[in-house]
Design a protein around this ligand. Structure first.
Ligand SMILES: Nc1ncnc2c1ncn2[C@@H]1O[C@H](COP(=O)(O)OP(=O)(O)OP(=O)(O)O)[C@@H](O)[C@H]1O
Ligand SMILES: [Mg+2]
Length: 267
């Protein structure tokens, strides 16, 4: 078991009272496994994974537990919820990396990609500047950025949207995390680029046995990438099972509605 989330509850204090965003979410991920989270807008998908990373807004209150298995050096599991900033900084990027719908949330617009990638590799993998530069270029090549050695000197705005998404994936995977969290990584891209990016993630994951937690509106995408799916609605987990079960014998009416909304299922 890589990650075990139990009874995760998130609420937000606002001027108009308390918003219960996530009610009682429990799930787990094995090493190397891909799990999808689907659900309509506002169902609590993003806040659930932000809670794991310690990145919720200041008005959030979170309870429950999220235990990450001991790292390569052994020791005890790491409790992520309520962890000290120092502990979370060590986990983020190094053991759990996250990619977002908008790459600009992860990239610093004022720094060259080379500077950002080298900093990351030095901080998390203790590499020297030269080795980090080499590894960064290799990683950009792995996400198929043409002329990576030249383009690594670009600033984020010099890349197209799809290329920026590749850069963010390269950064996320450069520290060889055990878990990649992808929050709607392709929603902003056109369909052909979407497929390329998803294939790229699948290929890189296979190479390094990285587990994936994939958030998407699209059950079709989950079917292509994941072995298990969670379906959320209004902060509740309404369905949880293998892809086969969720597609062939869904328990919740809401899941059936989502399935009916997929234009055509193949296979
Ligand atoms: N800082 C905050 N204060 C108050 N409510 C918040 C805050 N952040 C998020 N919420 C609420 O939490 C709920 C869950 O939001 P979340 O971002 O997890 O939705 P989501 O499932 O990711 O939706 P989408 O598919 O649109 O990204 C929403 O009702 C949202 O308005
Ligand atoms: Mg979201």
């Amino acid at each position: 078991m890589l990650l075990e989330v139990q009874n995760l509850k998130i609420d937000f204090k606002t001027h108009d009272g308390t918003i219960d965003a996530v009610h009682d979410l429990s799930f787990s991920i094995e090493r190397g496994e891909a799990v999808g989270i689907v659900g309509e807008s506002g169902s609590g998908k993003s806040q659930s994974v932000l809670a794991l990373m310690g990145l919720l807004a200041g008005n959030a209150r979170v309870t429950g537990s999220a235990r990450l298995a001991p790292g390569s050096k052994g020791g005890a599991p790491v409790e992520l919820l309520g962890a000290k900033p120092r502990v979370l900084r060590r986990v983020r990027g190094a053991r759990i990396a996250m990619i977002f719908q908008d790459p600009m949330t992860a990239l610093n617009p004022h720094l060259k990609i080379s500077t950002q990638m080298i900093e990351l590799l030095r901080a998390h993998r203790g590499m020297g500047k030269r080795a980090a530069m080499r590894a960064a270029i290799d990683m950009l090549e792995a996400v198929r950025i043409p002329e990576a050695a030249r383009r690594i000197k670009y600033y984020p705005h010099q890349f197209s949207g799809g290329m920026r998404q590749r850069v963010m994936i390269a950064m996320a995977l450069s520290c060889e995390p055990e878990l990649l969290i992808a929050d709607e990584p392709t929603t902003a891209l056109d369909v052909t680029v979407q497929d390329e990016i998803l294939e790229l993630i699948a290929e890189l994951r296979e190479r390094s046995n990285t587990a994936l937690l994939l958030i998407t509106h699209d059950l079709g995408v989950v079917a292509g990438q994941c072995s298990r799916a969670l379906v959320m609605r209004g902060g509740d987990l309404v369905e949880h099972g293998s892809i086969e079960k969720v597609f062939n014998a869904p328990e919740a009416q809401y899941t059936r509605d989502l399935l009916a909304a997929i234009p055509r299922l193949e296979g």
